[in-house]
Write a protein that binds this ligand. Sequence first.
Ligand code: IVH
Length: 668
Amino acid sequence: MDSIKTRIESLRRELNMHNHNYYVLDNPTISDREFDEKLKELERLERENPEYDDPLSPTHRVGSDLSAKGFEQVMHERRMLSLSNTYTVAEVDEFVQRCRDGLPGEDVEIVGELKFDGTSISLHYEHGRLVRAVTRGDGEKGDVVTENVMTIRSIPLQLQGSGWPDRFEIRGEIVLPWKAFDRLNEERAFNEEPLFANPRNAASGTLKMQNSAEVARRGLDAYLYYLLGDNLPFDNHYDNMMAARSWGFKVSDAMKIMHSIEDVDEYIRYWDTARKELPVATDGLVFKVNSLRQQLNLGFTAKSPRWAIAFKFQAERALTQLRFVSFEVGRSGTITPVANLEPVLLSGTIVKRASLHNEDIIRSLDIHEGDMLYVEKGGEIIPKITGVELSERKPGAEPVVFCRDCPSCGTPLRRMEGEAAWYCPNKYGCIPQITGRVEHYVGRRMMNIDGIGEETVTQLFDMGLIHDAADLYTLTEADLMTLPGFGQRSAERILQGVEESKNVTFDRVVYALSIPYVGETVAKKLSRAVGDIDTLMSMSVERLTAIEDIGPRIAASIVEFFADERNRKIVERLRSYGVQMAMPETDEAGRSDKLAGKSIVISGTFTHHSRDEYKNLIELNGGKNVGSISKKTDYVLAGANMGPAKLEKANKLGIPIVDEDTFLKMIE
Ligand code: IVH
């Protein structure tokens, strides 16, 4: 019996360590498969030996969709204050001077760090174990969100190393990294759910969800920046944070000790641009007095500490005139209002258009015709209208009104109960919806048919050559060469793309069909669970909702989609042309020994596949994914933002660096 307990404990220790290597150090030392095997073994042992269960076991990181309704509220042991903001270097210099004046004759060290743009969290640990996670709330009391926080893999449930106080609190910021934010919004756009305006809203919204399994799926992360307690290991902030790092917390390496105003100014100048390369959103910097004794001496005002200050980055903003608002129809019928602007230069690009998202946003901004509008671009790529310059409003200008009929086909618009978006119900008669679905079908992440873009689809439709995606398979070279500007070469390219799309896997076919609410992730889950199209088409809402992550709304949408004769016909025709309508028999597909014996390090962020998918690809092709670069490494598979240390090491050892396109060709 005892040997089981020992095995359970050793698996937990190992899995905790691997989570730390992967999510905090970004340096995995084990393959995903080995990790999963260990996790499965632990799950089995815990199931068979429930007397050894531990609520903090790494098996509980996946969350549950049965989370309790509502959150318990607790008083903070120490109030959660905010920081006073500054916007100029001069104000930060004044802050440093104020601290010096308040500590006459003393040397004052200042610590600079990033101001993460997420939602703050207070974590409590006892005997090295996470006991409670509380949101900021109103600063006096907050919500207990431990269950959700446990799903964040970079937060240690059980501390490592040594020297932590028996009881302490650590505060930090929960963030949704850009990549996860973009993925989430992409999914929501597809599902016609309201988009999150920025990663901060997405992070705080996610943290407050009642479904911790969904929280786990969204990919939150956490940076810690403040250690509190009675028996802290050091008498200064910096060393305490370094100690926290050694216990397993993610502490940013941007933290820096500075001695002079010049250091501070340089730090601001550096991060003002360097922050744009970070994987997470930041909205400024924070400067803190390093010594805890000096902090105590400086004390607090009613709202914020006197020993710390925030410097906010300037969001880039421009003022320009609204030419008109256009209303655009998406493939799902949703109407998106778009502000068409007098072209204006903003952070290096010319902005002519900005989405106004929905009617409520037009109302709340109170936009009138010909208004002068503020356009902003933070770290984000998408420009955003943030306000109206009222002093420049033309006398007699009318408010912008949202259309009530479809701007394309004239059908009266509808609005779903409780939703902000209007949509055109004329699914099969409204041209942008029809062409939108074909455009989606040929897209890179769907059937990846090269050479066909928005314009070509519209031309093909206008000429009566296609009415739906299945018609793509009947196109001939002669058809295509009738298109303006098309020669034999471009026609052949398209035909080849159409031919190759017959090899695209079933999960992407499901995604390509434009079933409302079935985005990329859902399509993957669905196709793996059901296996083939006939099963999918015959399933009831009850059976569909039995599949992990398929809720009643998605299920109803699938049933409704296949109940429509027109959709069934398209599926039958696609099948007759040779499009994949089932998952491959075994997962042997794609297996090769092209990378046999090769050790490959993955670094950076990628566009075609996720990191995990690349790991699988390496293993599927006989290679080995290793965590760190050494003499024995054969290649580095490098995405964007490869770590500078890794780059230097690879160069020093003369290890070839391949980008993702090259890598994909290698295993083609
Ligand atoms: S220190 C008493 N450090 O900014 C000082 N805060 O307006 C406690 N924040 O509520 C905060 N990055 O949510 C600190 N490196 C950082 C931070 C940071 C982000 C947030 C935090 C806080 C707000 C202050």
